[in-house]
Design a binder for this molecule. Structure first.
Ligand code: BTN
Length: 267
């Protein structure tokens, strides 16, 4: 992508805040050109409850984190790299994580006009490949929990932008749509969608689960996973916000697998 094209959607807090229409998410937007991890920056603001809804964005992260100790790669100006701070959330981390997956899928789907689906726990999938990921981290402030919702969305990457080992499993919105994704519009949609699904999560968690299941790539399909170094296979029959993915095991019986100890494996 040439610098001239890139400049058109450079992150800009005035453009993002203009006609945003949210009450909570994006009340304050801080943009870095480059930082280690936006989640770390957002965490620094957690002590002050007045910072609830603050969002940290960056054009580039030098040490972007993913789930399970993985790195999150996104070169300068190529993605939406975003951390949303909630100084309180009645929904709890697990339901919050599902709600954010639904919100991110919805924002990507609406903007790209592609079908965005969710692979448990919260990979966002376009045409079978991962285009976004979510990492919810908690920070104890006195005795209360604050939440940092880290969202990374691949927008302008080309196939060669990804490390060789990711090329068959990762994609970007531009690759899938064949168009230029405006990151400002996507960021605004993301804030609106996160606020909407957070409201639902606090009022009616079941609605979040139902929508998550509707968007799931795995529900009613065979799933292989590794839990505490042991491999399991079965049919996915649902998701529980606290206990995780629910499988009807090939070996008989039903079992739940929590996100902290589970990795999805190849069949
Ligand atoms: C995953 O799929 O493993 C989760 C990826 C989360 C990446 C985002 S990018 C913004 C925020 N800052 C980080 O260091 N990680 C999250």
């Amino acid at each position: 992508m040439s610098e001239a094209i890139r400049a058109t959607d450079a992150l800009d807090s005035d453009k993002i805040s203009s006609h945003l229409g949210t009450r909570r998410i994006g009340k304050k937007v801080i943009i870095y050109k480059s930082t280690a991890s936006t989640n770390d920056i957002a965490a620094q603001y957690a002590k002050d409850k007045g910072n609830d809804g603050l969002v940290v964005l960056a054009e580039e992260q030098l040490k972007g984190r993913g789930r399970g100790g993985n790195r999150w790669f996104s070169s300068y100006g190529e993605g939406v790299i975003c951390s949303i701070l909630l100084t309180e959330c009645r929904a709890g981390a697990e339901l919050l994580s599902l709600a954010c997956a639904v919100a991110t899928a919805e924002a990507i789907g609406r903007l790209s006009k592609c079908e965005a689906r969710i692979k448990w726990p919260n990979d966002i999938i376009l045409n079978g490949k991962k285009t976004a990921g979510i990492l919810v981290e908690t920070k104890k402030v006195k005795s209360e929990a604050a939440y940092i919702i880290g969202i990374g969305i691949n927008c302008h990457q080309k196939k060669r932008s990804f490390p060789a080992e990711l090329r068959t499993i990762a994609t970007s919105i531009d690759i899938e749509t064949g168009t230029f994704t405006d990151r400002i519009s996507l960021t605004k949609r993301l804030f609106t969608s996160v606020e909407h699904w957070l409201d639902i999560a606090t009022k009616n968690g079941q609605k979040v689960i139902e929508q998550w299941q509707k968007l799931s790539t795995q529900l009613h399909h065979r799933v292989a996973l590794v839990y505490n170094k042991k491999r399991f296979m079965g049919n996915c029959i649902g998701v529980d916000p606290e206990k995780g993915l629910i499988l009807q095991l090939d070996t008989g019986g039903m079992r739940m697998f929590d996100a902290a100890h589970t990795t999805i494996a190849k069949e």
